[in-house]
Write a protein that binds this ligand. Structure first.
Ligand code: G6P
Length: 487
């Protein structure tokens, strides 16, 4: 992204890259479970600039603000973090309400009904305006490059554009975009689309989401759509709608060399969970979210043990489920259902010294996640709908021994790139159970072949490729705008 050298970069996301919490021995820093943060953080380390995010930790605000560099993890000091502190009412309406009870189920179409409250919408607008004001306050020129992240900020692009008409605004939508009929139930569909069209570039993970978005605009706004160039002109402003599949930072040799050996990871996990000596170990690592297909995957494990009872005692599934948005009923009752189903399956198949499912409903830091990935024989990603899903890419990156099988939902954006995985329809229990069996039996040579191919894809199409493509498209648009301004 050499075109942007010297330009100021400001990123806006709801989630902050590290969270300061009060611990018994002072402030501790936690890294949140968020695909967005996983992807954007390395990019910000590389381009410096300012990251504006919602302050969410329990540590005192003024302590965190005053000593903003306190406890910043090593290597993460290369950009400024500016936190926006929200009132409880703002957080309730904007984050829990409109973003996570409205937009999240609206865009995921995971059979959870979106909730639209007038008061949440008011809070959402108000908080978007507060973030827009912060961007304007941070801007050192008339034309900064602003990277707006995700469904928390649909209105932000037009709000920034109103104050900084020359800004280059790149908006990336980290979740799916549904078809016009599904999106059309949102009472504020026009406002949301108009807000997003304040962007210079609007990015989605796949062409399919771009197409859905363009059709949605076509249905509900008076805009000119140019399919050929993938642009939308609305009120004399043009927006490029493009797909940029997100990815992870590929671990370089020094990073990978510091990892504990595979056998050591396996030993530690077996010891911690008291696993029987000879087992196939499958892992699932998600936020505790109803879009991730956790129940479908448990049903598949149950079906597998039913179909192939020789695996009872020899197949263990570990599900890490990081608590998330737990203030919402939908999330709490989902968690309870998962717990009940786990108990039921365990009571059916447990034997002395053996339990088929281990549900770990706790936050795990990246090192602990990496240890599980390296210990596992199989990684299971069965999202019912997912923009991209980075867990599957992290699993592949962790396996420098070229072993391990990935079972991946066809409804995750990643399925389009990661075709050497065992691709399943998670709604189809039988098919998923068969894929688990096939994974458990896969010979080492076939694992190596598939894994080597997956690794070369993710290594090449890493997160710098994602950001680089977006920023170089932005660079071209800036040049063009400068030339046009001269005429
Ligand atoms: C998804 C969203 C992100 C969000 C993450 C974690 O990946 O696209 O924007 O940060 O989930 O959710 P949370 O609500 O905890 O930030």
């Amino acid at each position: 992204h050499t075109q942007l050298r010297g330009d100021q970069v400001i990123v806006v996301s709801n989630r902050e890259p590290y969270i300061h919490e009060h611990g018994p021995d002072g402030i501790v820093v936690k890294r949140p479970a968020s695909g967005l943060v996983t992807a954007v953080e390395p990019v910000m380390r590389a381009c410096s600039g300012t990251w504006i995010a919602h302050g969410s930790g329990s540590a005192d605000r003024d302590v965190v603000d005053r000593a903003d560099r306190v406890g910043v993890p090593p290597g993460h000091q290369d950009y400024q973090l500016r936190r926006i502190w929200l009132t409880p009412e703002e957080e309730q309406g904007y984050y829990y309400g409109f973003a996570n009870e409205g937009m999240w189920p609206l865009c995921h179409v995971a059979h959870v009904r979106p909730v639209f409250r007038e008061s949440d919408w008011e809070a959402y607008k108000q908080v978007n305006q507060r973030f827009a004001d912060a961007v304007v306050a941070e801007a050192r020129s008339e034309d900064p490059v602003v990277l707006v992240q995700d469904y928390h900020f649909a209105l932000l692009p037009a709000m920034i554009r109103a104050k900084l008409p020359q800004a280059t605004i790149l908006t990336f939508w980290h979740i799916p975009w549904p078809n016009p009929e599904s999106f059309g139930i949102c009472p504020w569909r026009r406002e949301i689309l108009q807000g997003m069209l304040g962007s210079t570039i609007l990015g989605f993970h796949t062409r399919f989401h771009c197409k859905n978005f363009m059709e949605t605009v076509d249905r509900y706004l008076e805009a000119r759509i140019e399919d050929e160039h993938s642009t939308i002109s609305f009120q004399d402003k043009e927006t490029l709608v493009e797909s940029y599949p997100i990815s992870i930072e590929w671990p370089d040799e020094a990073v990978a060399a510091a990892w504990p050996p595979i056998a050591e990871c396996r030993r530690r996990v077996s010891e911690r969970l008291q696993l029987p000596a000879v087992v196939r170990l499958a892992v699932g690592i998600d936020r505790f979210d109803y879009t991730k297909g956790i129940i479908e995957r448990l049903n598949a494990v149950e079906r597998m043990l039913e179909k192939a009872p020789e695996w009872i005692g020899r197949f263990v599934f570990v599900q890490v489920a990081a608590p998330t948005r737990a203030a919402l009923d939908e999330y709490r009752s989902f968690q309870e259902r998962v717990e009940r189903i786990t108990e039921r399956i365990n009571s059916r198949f447990s034997r002395p010294g053996y339990q088929p499912i281990h549900l770990l409903a706790q936050h795990h830091e990246p090192e602990a996640v990496n240890e599980l990935f390296r210990a596992a024989d199989i990684c299971v990603v069965t999202s019912l709908h997912d923009g991209m899903n980075l867990v599957c890419k992290e699993f592949v990156a962790a396996r420098d021994d070229q072993q391990g099988v990935l079972v991946l939902s066809r409804f995750a954006g990643a399925a389009r790139e990661m075709t050497e995985a065992l691709i399943v329809n998670p709604y189809h229990v039988e098919e998923t159970a068969d894929a688990l069996l096939r994974a458990a039996l896969m010979p080492a040579a076939e694992q190596r072949e598939r894994m080597a191919s997956l690794r070369s894809t993710v290594r090449e199409f890493n997160v710098f490729r994602w950001a680089g493509r977006m920023l170089s498209d932005a660079g071209r648009w800036r040049l063009r705008a400068r030339v046009e301004a001269r005429v």
